[in-house]
Write a protein that binds this ligand. Structure first.
Ligand code: NAD
Length: 325
């Protein structure tokens, strides 16, 4: 197939000074995009700031003949988000691609998490998606074209101990992206979520103390990274991330997993369930208890792409179960 090109397009990658974002920025630029390399340059737990992380990636892109500008604002504030998008508009007058990727971890047991572990994590993962996403969306809408990719996490979709703060922020990407995809479809804007995996600086932060969790230690043993041919590196996430933000990709409203060279769609499904008897009287708690197996049974599930789809699925189940005529 023909090479996928980003020539003439303007891309913003947040948190592009290290890890996954760095590799996304380098490859976008290599394929012709003009890139805003945003990075605050703090530590893996979000402490401190430095202009060097973003500058080094910009230098690397320019040395290879590409076009890039650095932005060192924090995406965790309204002004920072606006500044990131303004960097693109001031340099090149448009925004075609946003990869919302910046982030860090502050792990802890649910019962022990302090506001210093909760608020900054929600700010950098959840609120930053609004702070950068809204001005980027407005710029895309003005041009009738856009590709947004929000960075979720398997920790949120599937669960990972000691990360309720992070999972709450990352899980929110699902709802945010789904609705952007619906609203954006009228303006050529697509939105998806990527659940990446990489042995980055952030992953090193995550591993601290985690071996105490028996299931985690077992999972690492099962994954047997020693035989995975070094696939747990940022570079293995870049092909799917960049395909999802390319012109060639028509998929929107999706969640995709990239893990050690396995690329897969992740679905949220609703079971057929149990439909309560007709009439305006709600079922009792005991009715729920006695139908709980049927409620939990995933055999005949559907994948509602909107709330409206879910209403349709409920009506279908009600007819199938003889509750509606
Ligand atoms: P990383 O630490 O290597 O890179 C993240 C970058 O974000 C850093 O350069 C950091 O300076 C920057 N950043 C942090 N706070 C910022 C802020 N307020 N404003 C601007 N930049 C900021 O980590 P990574 O593994 O490359 O992670 C990238 C994204 O992928 C994160 O959102 C992370 O949560 C997510 N993720 C990573 C993994 C993994 O296995 N590495 C798994 C799931 C999700």
């Amino acid at each position: 197939m023909a090479d996928i090109s980003f020539a003439g397009q303007v891309a913003i990658v947040t948190g592009a000074g290290n890890g996954l974002g760095r590799d996304y920025a380098l490859e976008l630029a290599r394929r012709g995009a003009k890139v805003v390399v945003n990075d605050l340059g703090g530590s893996g737990s979000g402490v401190g700031a430095s202009a060097t992380a973003a500058a080094a990636v910009v230098d690397e892109i320019r040395a290879a003949g590409g076009e890039a500008v650095a932005n060192t604002s924090s995406v965790a504030s309204r002004e920072g988000g606006a500044s990131v998008v303004n960097s693109a508009l001031e340099a090149w007058g448009r925004v075609d691609i946003l990869i919302s990727n910046a982030g860090f971890l502050r792990n802890g047991r649910f019962e022990d998490l302090t506001d210093e572990q909760i608020d900054p994590i929600l700010d950098v993962h959840l609120k930053a998606a609004f702070y950068v996403g809204q001005p980027a969306y407005r710029a895309m809408r003005a041009n009738g074209y856009g590709r947004m990719l929000f960075t979720g996490s398997a920790s949120a979709m599937f669960g990972h101990a000691w990360q309720t703060n992070y999972a709450a922020g990352k899980g929110a990407m699902l709802g945010l992206s789904n609705v952007i995809a619906l609203e954006g479809s009228a303006y050529g804007i697509q939105s998806n979520v990527l659940l990446p995996t990489a042995n980055s600086r952030l992953a090193a932060e995550m591993d601290q103390g985690f071996m105490e969790i028996p299931a985690f230690a077992q999972a690492l043993q099962n994954a047997d990274f020693s035989t995975s041919d070094g696939r747990v590196v940022p570079e293995f996430n870049t092909p799917l991330a960049l395909y999802l933000v390319s012109k060639d990709c028509t998929a929107t409203h999706g969640v995709y997993s990239s893990n050690s060279g396995r690329y897969a769609r992740v679905r949220i499904c609703a079971a057929e369930g149990w439909v309560a008897p007709r009439g305006a009287t709600p079922p009792s708690i005991e009715d729920i208890a006695s139908h709980f197996d049927q409620i939990s049974e995933l055999g005949d599930f559907s994948e509602p792409m909107t709330v409206y789809d879910e209403f349709t699925a409920v009506a279908k189940a009600a007819r199938k179960q003889g509750v509606y005529p």
